[in-house]
Ligand binder design. Structure first.
Ligand code: GNR
Ligand code: NI
Length: 167
């Protein structure tokens, strides 16, 4: 087990598109363990492999308060979505920034679990938001890219300034 370094926006590597996992093997399960440990330590409710500079389609999620309902999505695909909803989002790669994002209200996702078995999940509410946020990461998209250009410029400036000040 290990805590991995989370890439911080703006970092070009956050825009890489993750490739599919060909076969779920022991190395994949080890990465899933490290990602879960990293997510819980942060703390966050989700983490995409892209955020730890691994460009494979792997997501861990746990929106439970007790941190005992880990969900793993490998090669996730949204196969159906409906409705629209706006909610405030944050991101471990964009610390301290919280903005409203409009997304589908309900999504049906198909993915593989850590054993390599296929499953389908229908999600709504906060779980649906998180799944869409994490799948975006795998496609190289950070939540701020849903915002206006002006907001994105302001956020980048703010984070760069903060980065300078912490050096
Ligand atoms: O910890 C997280 N909280 C969160 C809150 C609202 C919408 C999405 C999220 S995901 C985020 C963790 C993260 O950055 N995952 O990529
Ligand atoms: Ni994020």
């Amino acid at each position: 087990m290990a805590i991995l370094k989370i890439l911080q926006y703006p970092d070009k590597r956050l825009h890489k598109v993750a490739r599919k996992v060909e076969q779920v093997k022991e190395a994949t399960r080890e990465l899933v363990c490290d990602m879960a440990e990293t997510m819980y330590a942060a703390p966050g409710v989700g983490l995409a492999a892209t955020q730890v500079d691994v460009h494979e389609q792997i997501i861990v999620l746990d929106i439970s308060e007790a941190h005992n309902q880990l969900r793993v999505f490998i090669n996730p695909e949204v196969i159906a979505s409906s409705g629209e909803e706006e909610g405030e989002e944050g991101c471990l790669s964009v610390p301290g920034i919280y903005e409203n994002v409009r997304r589908a209200e309900k999504v049906t996702v198909r993915a593989l679990n850590e054993k390599g078995d296929s499953f389908t999940l229908e999600a709504d509410g906060f779980l649906a938001v998180c799944i869409q946020h994490e799948i975006d990461h795998l496609r190289g998209k950070v939540f701020v890219e849903h915002l206006s250009q002006l907001k994105q410029i302001r956020i980048r400036a703010k984070l760069k300034k903060r980065l300078r000040e912490t050096l």
